[in-house]
Write a new protein. Structure first.
Length: 254
């Protein structure tokens, strides 16, 4: 599936492409922010039953939206789509190196979405490297994320108009007690519909992994099996996931 949709995604009477579900999980072993003025949820508050399973990491005071006031032009949206296509080719080259002469269906849409989200919380060399991978040098993280927000909306609108099943889901899990940047979390929640939850990766990695895997299964209509294990998430401080469920006809039958 191309990252830039400029034509109808489906045509009546063509063989269905089947179900394509992709998932990107970024596991970070270090905190995104050293901010100490915004501590995580207090342990003195008795949580509700829903909060006991996965309490929200969003603080009570309404934090700042990092994308507020940013205007996205059609050119910005097109640039984001073209960068996604270029990243798709980059990924395809790596796949070809790993398995020469094999057949691949490749889209970096999910990877690019996750990177655009992560870049908002990155600084220094990390931010520079993410921008380079995204082919977005010279574009601020805020401009990049705003363009991706608009691109996502356009893609979903096109899919809906064509009767295509396309679901995109994002989520973040944070280590309990970790200082976090409220503006970063609020920006992802507001612009990428990405809820944030507090878990205990270090003390109860089995429960954290089970929570993430249940979310993955629900977001991909049960297509993708468990993707993380307790040993993988135990050293983590933050896990960000982007999942896509896609079901449509091939534009050109083959």
């Amino acid at each position: 599936m191309s990252g830039h949709v400029s034509h109808r995604l489906t045509q009546p009477g063509l063989r269905r492409a089947g179900i394509l579900s992709t998932l990107v999980v970024a596991i970070l072993a270090t905190a995104c922010s050293n901010t100490t003025s915004l501590p995580s949820a207090s342990t003195s508050v008795t949580p509700s039953p829903a909060q006991t399973a996965h309490p929200s990491a969003t603080p009570t005071p309404e934090p700042f939206n990092l994308l507020a006031g940013i205007t996205v032009t059609p050119g910005d949206e097109t640039a984001a789509a073209e960068a996604s296509n270029t990243l798709t080719v980059d990924v395809l080259h790596q796949l070809e190196l790993s398995k020469p002469n094999a057949n691949f269906v490749d889209s970096a849409y999910s990877v690019a979405t996750a990177l655009a989200m992560l870049e908002l919380g990155a600084k220094g060399d990390t931010q520079t490297q993410i921008a380079a991978v995204m082919h977005a040098a010279g574009v601020t993280p805020e401009q990049q994320a705003a363009a991706w927000k608009q691109f996502d909306a356009s893609l979903l609108a096109t899919a809906h108009a064509d009767g295509i099943s396309l679901d995109v889901a994002n989520a973040i899990w944070l280590q309990k007690g970790l200082p976090f940047d409220a503006a970063f979390l609020n920006t992802l929640s507001t612009n990428f519909a990405s809820p944030s939850s507090l878990v205990d990766f270090n003390g109860n990695p089995q429960a954290a992994a089970a929570l993430i895997n249940r979310w993955v299964s629900a977001a991909t209509h049960g297509i993708i099996p468990p993707v993380v294990t307790a040993s993988q998430v135990q050293p983590a401080k933050l896990v960000l996931a982007d999942a896509i469920y896609f079901d449509a006809h091939w534009m050109n039958q083959f």
